[in-house]
Design a protein around this ligand. Structure first.
Ligand code: NAP
Length: 321
């Protein structure tokens, strides 16, 4: 039977499914991981991991017979997919099954930022309503100009779900897409022209700090930044600075530079909404992601095929099918 290494946590139900197909090794149960890699690394042909945990190149190098890494999550910036493809290791991820949930979370960040529900709930629960009277007004989410940084699977779902608020939608990506929204080749020009900037690109080197001080300043004192992509896409230091000195108006964030660490400055700002990276975190969507993660592994073991390879490994898949 093939041997699999599981990085991070996995629900018991998924674990039993894998145990029926593979001899399972769980990294969290291995007391001396380095020793395991040296003594048993060559037996491992598959790895199951997550977008949060990833798999470092140092470990991959020690798994001499590794053929597949199945990652739970659509973002795979924690795995060097080019490094894997060069070694003939196929990397899979879980696109599409989470589009709706991440789009819902983005809409909630958008609404909370405009209607200030967190503030209003605290106002009621702390007794201020009784003491001070009606809560202050908030801003309407309707008829806004929304700039999307990224117009892929999730970006398009966000744009579609935003339509009930009658926005004008602009977008920036490296190439134009077949969508009914206004394309901007230049991110700074789009930031200047929109009221809300929603980040929904992959993380990694190519998008690192794409939203920098210049972009945040262009978004402006009444502008709102929503980041549901990866913490690395936004320069967090510049974000804090521009919020503090009023060059940027509001932020709503699901992701951070060094999770789970969130700077105190952000925590204490009243014009900022913060979530602990829960974009796709519902029972239903996580179950669907888990199922796709397993199906990639099982398909590969049984038929030498995978369902959802990352783009870097597409050619590799052609060779194995
Ligand atoms: P996707 O379909 O691949 O779309 C990515 C979009 O980003 C495309 O429009 C792409 O267009 C654009 N893009 C890529 N590199 C860019 C660059 N350097 N500059 C400008 N635009 C760029 O991916 P998806 O399925 O929508 O997922 C997007 C990301 O969302 C994931 O990779 C993940 O990091 C994040 N995510 C977060 C959560 C959460 O819990 N917060 C959950 C799921 C996903 P071009 O290639 O033309 O540039």
């Amino acid at each position: 039977m093939s041997e699999i290494l599981i990085m991070g946590n996995m629900p018991d139900k998924d674990l039993s499914i894998l145990k029926a197909e593979f001899t399972v090794h769980r990294a969290i149960e291995i007391s001396n991981f380095e020793k395991f890699l040296v003594e048993q690394g060559d037996k491992i042909s598959a790895v199951a991991t997550t977008g949060f945990v990833g798999l470092h190149n140092n470990i991959i190098e020690k798994l001499e017979n590794l053929k597949i890494i199945s990652s739970n999550g659509v973002g795979y910036d924690s795995i060097d997919a080019t490094f894997c493809a060069d070694r003939g290791i196929i990397v899979t991820h879980t696109p599409d099954v989470l589009n709706a949930e991440v789009a819902n979370t983005t809409i909630m960040l958008f609404l909370n930022s405009f209607r200030e529900f967190s503030f209003n709930e605290a106002y009621l629960k702390s007794g201020r309503w009784k003491l001070e009277g009606m809560a202050p007004y908030s801003r309407s989410p309707d008829n806004r100009i929304v700039g999307m940084l990224g117009m892929g699977r999730i970006g398009q779902e966000i744009a579609s779900r935003l339509s009930m608020f009658n926005p004008k939608i602009l977008y920036h990506s490296r190439s134009p897409k077949d969508v009914p929204y206004t394309y901007y080749k230049d991110l700074k020009t789009m930031a200047r022209d929109c009221e809300v900037l929603i980040c929904i690109t992959p993380g990694g080197i190519k998008t690192n700090k794409l939203v920098n001080e210049e972009i945040l300043t262009a978004l402006g004192p009444t502008g709102t930044l929503i980041n549901i992509a990866r913490g690395s896409v936004v320069d967090q230091t510049a974000l804090i600075k521009t919020l503090e000195d009023g060059r940027l108006g509001y932020a709503a964030l699901d992701v951070f530079e060094s999770e789970p660490n969130v700077p105190d400055e952000l925590i204490h700002m009243s014009n900022v909404t913060l979530l602990p990276h829960v974009g796709s975190a519902t029972f239903e969507t996580r179950a669907a992601m888990g199922e796709l993660t397993l199906n990639n592994l099982i398909e590969f073991k049984r038929n030498g095929k995978v369902l959802t390879p990352v783009p870097e490994c597409l050619n590799l898949e052609k060779n194995i099918t």
